[in-house]
Design a protein around this ligand. Structure first.
Ligand code: NAD
Length: 304
């Protein structure tokens, strides 16, 4: 258990103009010196907190990364091409950003002696055999994106074991919250936009797919715990430990928005994951992680 105190530290948030990264940067500026490295391909400079220094650049560029990491105690690596369909369309491009750039960042961290907390994903588990999914579950990613996240997750472990680099991989489940407005935003922001516009909410397939939706504030808390744990070198699921069906989600969104809109079913997404739910007991036991935001409360604050 740690107190997640980063007072006086220098931290770098890659992808800090994006959804998760901007919330993380915001939570750190009171106590730490915060740098953000982002190429603004899917982020917005306006979302970088005023007290953070924005370095506009590409995580693929070693010199830029080296300079941004100079003197950094902790690097939170959030930058990525986050679209699963884009990774299927252009796996080589995606691998450059998600795969090679992450390996390079770990390598630079050996020089700068920075702790690296990196954004892994539930996508590494592919179609889980059973839920909730513990960290030890079989890993059979269903997309290039998932393969890249799994590779990063494994590199983080190997860098910890081989080079004694302090690394923690956080396997995010489905994150939601304010500012999730990028081009590849999740199902919650799509449903919220539809309900608020008075349009039908469109559910892909039967809507019986389950997802574990975790609020971005809880993801920020997990990152802070990972940055300060006395025992780095591991990977942790970050979710809530419970799930809802997509159909239930549509109904909750409609209810919270107070919109009298129909729920329509459209064609299922090919190869969609049927069941997803995190077992968060390892993060709870080892990091002291405790998800605090219920789906209804989180949706209400997202709308506000
Ligand atoms: P996001 O797109 O909002 O943020 C990613 C940021 O990275 C963007 O600001 C983008 O401009 C930046 N970026 C992209 N390519 C870059 C490059 N080459 N150089 C520098 N910056 C670059 O996405 P997010 O939802 O905040 O995701 C953050 C991390 O969490 C990602 O690594 C993502 O794969 C992972 N993740 C997210 C979720 C989720 O539900 N949002 C789930 C699992 C994992």
């Amino acid at each position: 258990m740690t107190d997640s105190d980063l007072t006086g530290q220098t931290v770098l948030v890659t992808g800090g103009a994006g959804f998760v990264g901007s919330h993380l940067a915001e939570s750190l500026t009171d106590a730490a010196e915060v740098r953000v490295l982002d190429d603004l391909s899917n982020g917005d400079a306006a979302d970088v907190p005023a007290h953070a220094r924005l370095i506009e650049g590409d995580v693929r560029d070693r010199a830029t990364v080296r300079e941004a990491m100079d003197g950094a105690d902790v690097v939170f690596h959030e930058a990525a091409m986050v679209s699963v369909p884009a990774s299927v369309e252009a796996p080589m491009d995606c691998h450059g950003v998600n795969g090679t750039a992450t390996l390079q960042l770990l390598d630079v961290a050996r020089q700068t002696d920075s702790r690296v907390v990196l954004a892994s994903s539930a996508a590494i588990y592919g179609h889980p055999e059973s839920v909730p999914v513990p960290e030890s579950a079989p890993k059979r990613p269903a997309s290039p994106y998932g393969v890249e996240k799994l590779t990063n997750d494994e590199y983080a472990r190997v860098y910890a074991e081989q080079y004694e680099l302090e690394t923690v991989a956080l396997r995010y489940f489905n994150i939601y919250g304010p500012r999730q407005t990028g081009q590849y935003s999740g199902v919650i922001s799509v449903f919220l936009d539809q309900a608020r516009a008075g349009d039908p909410i469109t559910v892909e397939g039967e809507g019986d797919q389950t997802r574990d939706f975790v609020h971005v504030d809880d993801v920020v808390a997990a990152n802070r715990l990972a940055a300060t744990t006395a025992e780095p070198g591991s990977a942790y699921n970050v979710g809530t430990g419970s799930s809802v069906t997509v159909r239930e989600l549509a109904e909750i969104v409609r209810d919270v928005v107070g919109a009298d809109v129909p729920i329509e079913h459209v064609d299922p997404r090919p190869n969609d994951i049927q069941r997803s739910c995190a077992d968060v007991s390892k993060a709870r036991d080892e990091l002291g992680f405790e998800p605090t935001v219920s789906l209804r409360d989180g949706l209400a604050t997202t709308i506000a």
